[in-house]
Design a protein around this ligand. Structure first.
Ligand code: CMC
Length: 428
């Protein structure tokens, strides 16, 4: 295809900007020379129309509700694949052969032996400390242990660290949980698959196969979501050539917020609040439409999806399956009913229809985690353990990019122009 260009005319002067083509989805106007040629920056708060990089990992069509990893629809991966195979796909670009999968799984398994000191570090925290803070600290500790190996331009180092992070973030998550619940750590079991081993390190027993399956799908569905806030943070942080462990810690900090990974925790709090109150789902939905209330319908809406989040549909199905088996007397059953009523009320409401606000991945995932006995404040930690494969896949892609350079956004300065210092005793 001949190179397409776009012309920008201003003050009688013209500047030609090239179009960067995509394989699918919107092309992008390449503005990297705009400042040099015309002296302008571009302004796009919240990066609503700005592509921060080229990427071949994940494709989302928010209008159609499509999500693909390396071209493979998420539904097919969830139906036939598993998390560790998906992690291989994200990192390497292709589905593994049986041999490649066995080797990869074994390499990950061999990295689950975490350096000593992590458990002692957890013990320095208050029992009530948020486990996301503990995870960040655990990563800071690992960054110190692995610092002497740091060589971000060495491919072998990068691959080793990617595998280590995928293996060790779940171990840190489990250590934090064990400490907070007053239990001793549980060693990884090399006989178990990745997610069963994670549940084993959390709960110290062979997990129910249905729980292992649900966790594996949750991990797979949360593994990557292109340039979301935490992944963009990992990229920006990693672009300074810092340790990938430190960059992932920065990603964890970003994921923690309620507008991002913290939403599944907020959804359960919201469902419990509705359930315990006299407020009907319709009244609650009404409140979320009032901007003054500062209440949003948690688990609804998405920057990219203007249709059903395809992950929400898959998660809803696991939620039903799980509660069908473990439902009797389960305190989460009423929450599922409230969630379904809330979903219907919002989907039929003009405000949500016009703004194209649909359930996102977090709307039902919390109910699954609660049914498995995972405490509320561990939800985002589980999300972090799952998202680590996406974070490291993006870090690997960025570090191998020939156009790699430090990320450094510009700003539109709107503050004071120069003024003179006023002595303290002369200020009003
Ligand atoms: N409840 C009520 N109103 C909403 C909601 C909501 N959940 N989400 C968006 N809106 C309204 C918003 O007030 C705005 O209205 P108006 O046009 O009248 O000003 C309009 O819809 C567009 O919203 P926005 O704030 O411009 O959308 P955004 O792309 O900046 O924010 C979001 C996306 C996910 C932060 C937001 O939808 C939200 O806060 N949702 C609830 C939190 C949540 O579930 N987060 C999980 C996201 S998915 C998992 C992840 O990525 O980690």
């Amino acid at each position: 295809m001949p190179e397409r260009k776009i012309k920008l005319t201003n003050g009688g002067k013209e500047v030609e900007l090239s179009i960067a083509e995509s394989t699918e989805g919107p092309a992008a106007v390449n503005i990297s020379n705009l400042y040099k040629k015309r002296g302008y920056f571009s302004l796009d708060p919240g990066f609503v129309s700005t592509a921060s990089c080229r990427s071949q990992i994940t494709y989302i069509d928010g209008d159609l509700g499509l999500l693909r990893y390396r071209g493979y629809p998420i539904e097919q991966l969830a139906e036939s694949g598993n998390h560790i195979e998906t992690a291989y796909l994200l990192l390497n670009g292709e589905l593994p052969t049986q041999n490649q999968l066995d080797t990869f799984a074994q390499e990950i398994r061999s990295e689950t032996k975490i350096p000593s000191g992590s458990w002692e570090l957890m013990q320095a925290f208050e029992k009530e400390a948020h486990p996301m803070a503990m995870l960040m600290a655990g990563l800071a500790h690992l960054a110190s242990i692995y610092h002497s190996e740091l060589d971000v331009f060495d491919e072998a180092y990068r691959q080793r660290m990617a595998r280590r992070l995928i293996a060790q973030v779940p171990v840190l998550a489990a250590l934090g949980y064990r400490y907070r619940t007053g239990q001793d750590p549980v060693d990884p079991d090399p006989e178990l698959d990745f997610t069963s081993n994670f549940l084993h390190m959390m709960f110290g027993a062979e997990p129910d196969p249905l729980f292992s399956h649900a966790t594996d799908i949750l991990f797979l569905l949360h593994a990557d979501h292109e340039q979301n806030a935490s992944t963009s943070t990992v990229r920006l942080s990693g672009s300074s050539e810092t340790s990938p462990v430190a960059a992932v810690a920065a990603g964890v900090a970003t994921l923690w917020g309620p507008s991002h990974g913290g939403a599944n925790e907020a959804v359960i709090q919201m469902l419990e609040e509705i359930h315990a109150s006299d407020v009907s789902v319709e009244e609650y939905v009404e409140q979320t439409k009032n901007k003054e209330s500062h209440t949003r319908l948690m688990g609804f809406g998405h920057r990219v999806y203007k249709n059903y989040d395809p992950r929400a549909k898959l998660i809803q199905k696991i939620c039903y399956d799980l509660l069908e088996k473990h439902g009797e007397g389960n305190p989460n059953c009423p929450l599922l009913e409230t969630a379904m009523a809330l979903e219907q009320a919002a989907l039929n409401d003009e405000y949500f229809v016009v703004r194209k606000l649909y359930p996102n991945v977090d709307f039902y995932s919390g109910i699954i985690l609660r049914t498995m006995g995972i405490p509320l404040d561990m939800f985002t930690v589980i999300f972090a353990a799952a998202r680590t494969s996406g974070w490291v896949a993006h870090w690997l892609e960025m570090m191998a990019d020939k156009q790699f350079r430090i990320g450094r956004p510009r700003q539109l300065y709107t503050g004071h122009t120069q003024r003179d210092y006023v002595a303290l005793d002369q200020r009003d």
